[in-house]
Design a binder for this molecule. Sequence first.
Ligand SMILES: [Zn+2]
Length: 292
Amino acid sequence: MPRTGRRLNDDFLLEEIRRVAAQPDVSPLTCIKFAQLSGRASVSVVRMRFGSWKKALAKAGVVHLYSGLPAAEKMKTARGKDLSSSDLIEEMRRIHAVVGSPRLRSPDFNRHSTIATSLAIRSRFGTWVKALKVAGLLPVREKAPRLPTKEEAFENLIAVWIYLGRLPEREDLSAPPSTITAEFYELQWGSCRQALRKLNAWVHAVHYRDTLEPSSDLSRTAKRIGRERWLFGPRLQFQVAQRDGFRCAACGRGPATHPGTRLTMHQLKPVVGASLPPTSHLQTLCEDCKLS
Ligand SMILES: [Zn+2]
């Protein structure tokens, strides 16, 4: 019996629906989406031929892509709703292996699964993503490392500068005691040189109280300094070290001339009755001199 034109056309239309249905991100397959994706068959012809859009999808075997159903009725079309959760998970893993893409998407699942639909998965696990999580198919995204703040970046430069007793070079930032890479400074300020220039401005922009209250009682001063943490902060330490030429005020040694020398900040006994800037109460000492 020769094939009639009409028969051929039905097959062609159904084949075209299946072809469009197999494309990624097609669920739900509305007639508008079909019209955009097909270009070979018109929606009105499909509707006329099969009675309705839903019937056409059903005839093509892709009714699970139909979106026009009320939720309750939709569930009935969810193949696999009678399967156990572990069966559904197994099916997801199987199809994930078949598809081979890093993340299993529901259209891919619907295209490849013969026993369940993404609708059944969703109604079982709440959302597609939750199901992926249960199936162990959701890659655990590693938290991006927290970037240093501007203050931390500057304090790192100060630590390196005092440690070396000289202006740090780019290479110095890739070795201890630096904890922040040169790349970070380049990203933030364009170059390490530029970062060092900004550091200088940052150090000297700090507004310390002009004077420390003169006091003969060192412990009271220490308490006061403890209360005002900024007083012993890296910026003040840098100001003092810079003033002292990054050398020990007692023996004159510094890391630049005597590698291995560690510089620390030392508090002097405040001069009674004097009104002096906070740096005047502080001096740079090497560890040896500070201990002796
Ligand atoms: Zn010394």
